[in-house]
Design a protein around this ligand. Structure first.
Ligand SMILES: Nc1nc2c(ncn2[C@@H]2O[C@H](COP(=O)(O)OP(=O)(O)OP(=O)(O)O)[C@@H](O)[C@H]2O)c(=O)[nH]1
Ligand SMILES: [Mg+2]
Length: 355
C-alpha cells in the first residue's frame, strides 16, 4: 500500500442522489370485470450515494477527478401493480479514517474507521405511491398517485486522518521507510537522501502472539522548524494523531548539516540526543497530545557502529532522559522481533481506546 505522489487527503465533491420514480394511475382491465380496481404501482427509490471504508486505500485521489457524483433516479410505477425499479446506489470507496462533513452547515456526517463501514451521504428519494395505494371502501377507483420524492443533494468535504496503530517519526534518513518495509508487507521508496518519503505509507503485519493485524504509518521526516513549514512541514503529523503508539527512530547519522549536506555516520551520543530532542520539540509544537503518546524510541542502524558505541548511546539516554532505547537495525533486520512484540503489547493491552 503506497501513498506516493498521488496522496490526497482533502477533497470537495458534490453528491446528488437519484429522485424517486412517480407513482402510476392505472386500472385493471379484465375480460369479464371492467372495473377490477386500481393497479398503479409505486415509483422506485432513487439511488443513494454511499461512502464505504476500504482498508486497502490510502488516498482520496479517486474522488479528486469526480467533482460531481450522481446516482440514477428510480423508475416510474406501472400498471398491473408493477413497481418502478430502484435506481442503483453509487458506492464510493474511501480510505479508513475518512471524515465526511457538509461544508454548508458545518455538520460532521460521519467518520469511517472500520473496514467495510458505510455511510449514506445523500439519500435517494422514495418512490411515489401508485393509485393502488389509495383505494378505500368508499373510493374504489382513486385517480390519485404521488410523484417521487427528490433525492438529497449536498456539497461534501472529505478529510483523511489515517487510522493506524503505530506511527513512525524521526529525522529524514533515520530509516523509517526501511523499517516499514522490514516489518510489514509494504514496499516504500527508500533512498540515502532526506525527504524520500513525501506522503504517508501504510503497512500491515500480523502480531506474533495474537495474529491480529497491526497497521503502521510511515510519514515524511521532520526537521527543525517543521512546525513553521520547514522541509515538508508538519502537516503529515495529523495522520498519526489517531495512533496508539509512536515509534521514534534515531540513528547514528544526523541528516543534514546547516549547509544542507548530509553528515557522515556519527555515533556521538550527544549528536544523537540533540537530533532526538529536535524531533521531540517538533512533536510538542504540533500538539501536546501527540507528544504525550506512548513512544518506543529505537536506535536504528546499529550495524554501522560497534557494540561499545551502541552501549554508550543507550547509557547517555538512560542517564539524561531516563529513557531505554531499543537498539535495532532495520536494514540488517536485527531487534525487529522485540519491536514487533513491544508493539503488540502496547496496541492490544491498553483496552478500550483503540480507534
Ligand atoms: N546501514 C543501515 N542503513 C540503513 C538502515 N536503515 C535505513 N538505512 C539507510 O538509510 C537511508 C535512509 O533510509 P529511509 O528508510 O529512506 O529513511 P527515512 O527515515 O524513511 O527517510 P525520509 O523518507 O527521507 O524521511 C537509506 O539509504 C537506507 O538504506 C539500517 O538499519 N542500517
Ligand atoms: Mg522515508
Amino acid at each position: 500500500m503506497r501513498g506516493g505522489s498521488h496522496f490526497v487527503d482533502y477533497v470537495r465533491v458534490q453528491v446528488r442522489a437519484g429522485d424517486g420514480g412517480h407513482g402510476c394511475i392505472s386500472f385493471a382491465r379484465e375480460k369479464n370485470r371492467p372495473f377490477a380496481g386500481p393497479d398503479g404501482g409505486d415509483g422506485g427509490r432513487g439511488g443513494s450515494i454511499i461512502l464505504q471504508a476500504d482498508r486497502e486505500l490510502v488516498t482520496l485521489i479517486d474522488l479528486k477527478t469526480r467533482p460531481l457524483v450522481a446516482a440514477k433516479r428510480g423508475g416510474h410505477g406501472q400498471g398491473k401493480d408493477c413497481y418502478g425499479r430502484s435506481g442503483e446506489d453509487v458506492v464510493l470507496k474511501v480510505p479508513l479514517g475518512t471524515v465526511a462533513r457538509d461544508p454548508d452547515t458545518g455538520d460532521e456526517l460521519g467518520d469511517l474507521t472500520e473496514d467495510g463501514q458505510r455511510l449514506v451521504v445523500a439519500k435517494g428519494g422514495d418512490g411515489g405511491f401508485g393509485n393502488a395505494h389509495f383505494a378505500t371502501p368508499t373510493n374504489k377507483a382513486p385517480r390519485k398517485a404521488l410523484d417521487g420524492w427528490p433525492g438529497e443533494e449536498r456539497n461534501l468535504v472529505l478529510e483523511l486522518k489515517i487510522i493506524a496503530d503505530a506511527g513512525f517519526v524521526g529525522l529524514p534518513n533515520a530509516g523509517k521507510s526501511t523499517l516499514l518495509g522490514a516489518l510489514t508487507d509494504a514496499n516504500p521508496k527508500i533512498a540515502p537522501y532526506p525527504f524520500t518519503t513525501v506522503a504517508p505509507n501504510l503497512g500491515v503485519f500480523l502480531a506474533p502472539e495474537s495474529q491480529q493485524r497491526i497497521t503502521l504509518a510511515d510519514i515524511p521526516g521532520l526537521i527543525e522548524g517543521a512546525h513553521t513549514g520547514e522541509g515538508l512541514g508538519d502537516r503529515f503529523l495529523r495522520h498519526i494523531e489517531r495512533t496508539r503508539v509512536l515509534v521514534h527512530l534515531v540513528a547514528p547519522e544526523a541528516g543534514e548539516n546547516a549547509s544542507g549536506d548530509l553528515t557522515m555516520a556519527n555515533a556521538d551520543p550527544e549528536a544523537i540526543h540533540y537530533a532526538w530532542q529536535l524531533v521531540r520539540e517538533e512533536l510538542k509544537s504540533y500538539s501536546e497530545a501527540l507528544a504525550g503518546k506512548t513512544c518506543i524510541t529505537c536506535l536504528n542502524k546499529t550495524d554501522l557502529i560497534d557494540s561499545g558505541e551502541v552501549e554508550a548511546i543507550l547509557a547517555f539516554f538512560r542517564e539524561k532522559e531516563g529513557l531505554e532505547l531499543l537498539p535495532i537495525s532495520a536494514a540488517g533486520e536485527s531487534g525487529l522481533d522485540t519491536l514487533r512484540a513491544r508493539l503488540e503489547e502496547i496496541v492490544f493491552t491498553v483496552a478500550g481506546e483503540k480507534s
